[in-house]
Ligand binder design. Structure first.
Ligand SMILES: NC(=O)c1ccc[n+]([C@@H]2O[C@H](COP(=O)([O-])OP(=O)(O)OC[C@H]3O[C@@H](n4cnc5c(N)ncnc54)[C@H](OP(=O)(O)O)[C@@H]3O)[C@@H](O)[C@H]2O)c1
Length: 276
């Protein structure tokens, strides 16, 4: 039996993966903010007659934009599981405007990058214990290599949705360099092929609302269908650090200083969260 951790596992594509693997007999730790959504998800799978669903599903309520919640989550997982086979990073809350958490961090940077950084680095030893460990990071690949402002990672000046999005995506590609220090770990930066019919949770303006409320239900893929390429990647993980859009492998953008940039990012993030 595999042990999987799925952030954002209460809804959308994360929940579609949770459904698939609970049906298949695996053990899943679901991370989200809504226990009610988790309970409904588990009840629906149990109602299909799938055995031992309650025993194989665990919920951890966390607001992953908070460093303290991330640390609590890590402590919980580390105390309970010696081996993690699959880590899926799918938690998402889209903010088009700058928002600061009660801990003083820019919320999108904290959720879409820092929480992932903490989980990837904090669970590395548990993943190395698995036979074919794989990290699936939902983060659309292809950001420019100079997208990070190392002097202002939380964009205190000149915040824009586009810059914030590009920074997280570049940082998540560099995170793959840190994640694959052990060559047995696969790290996939993943974006779906197109729109997917999910809640696209967030505090957003009319364009994204239009996409989520009108366009996605009309032209979007169903989440269960959209996660099929991920299921194939988990079954046969590619070696090292790779990127996919849907089923298609896409090239990573390589800069001349990627290794240096990854280490620089690592130390800046550690400094920024050391007091939290
Ligand atoms: N849907 C698309 O068309 C599309 C397109 C491109 C990329 N993506 C990316 O694919 C990934 C999955 O997206 P989705 O559309 O499937 O997601 P979604 O349906 O919007 O669901 C978001 C999930 O994230 C969790 N979440 C939100 N804020 C959180 C927080 N602060 N702490 C912990 N969990 C939190 C939610 O849990 P609770 O409700 O329990 O809080 C929920 O399980 C995201 O990275 C998204 O950016 C999606």
């Amino acid at each position: 039996m595999k042990t999987m951790v799925v952030t954002g596992g209460t809804d959308g594509m994360g929940a579609a993966l949770v459904r698939h693997y609970l049906r298949g007999g695996e053990q899943v730790v679901v991370v989200g903010r809504s226990r009610a959504k988790f309970d409904a998800l588990v009840a629906a799978i149990a109602a299909e007659g799938v055995p031992l669903v309650a025993e194989r599903s665990h919920f951890h309520e966390s607001d992953l934009s908070l460093i303290t919640d991330c640390r609590r989550l890590l402590e919980h997982i580390r105390g309970r599981f010696e081996r993690i086979d699959v880590l899926v990073l799918a938690a998402s809350f889209i903010r088009q405007k700058r928002h600061v958490t009660r801990e003083g961090h820019e919320a999108s940077w904290a959720l879409f990058f820092v929480s992932k950084y903490l989980l990837v680095t904090g669970l590395a030893d548990r993943m190395v214990a698995a036979e074919q460990p794989v990290i699936l990071n939902f983060s659309v690949p292809g950001a420019k290599v100079d997208a990070l402002d190392f002097h202002d990672l939380e964009l205190t000046e000149a915040f824009s949705f586009a810059r914030s999005n590009a920074q997280q995506r570049r940082a998540n590609e560099l995170l793959g360099i840190l994640a694959t220090q052990d060559p047995n770990i696969s790290y996939v930066t993943y974006g779906p092929k197109g729109l997917v019919k999910t809640s696209l949770a967030g505090d957003v303006g009319p364009v994204i609302k239009y996409a989520s409320v009108l366009l996605a239900p009309l032209i979007g893929q169903a989440p269960d269908e959209a996660v099929q390429p991920l299921i194939a990647l988990i079954a046969d993980p590619p070696l090292g650090r790779v990127a996919y859009r849907g089923p298609k492998k896409v090239p990573l953008n390589h800069g001349t200083d990627d290794e240096f940039d990854a280490r620089r990012l690592n130390s800046l993030v550690e400094n920024s969260i050391s007091g939290s």
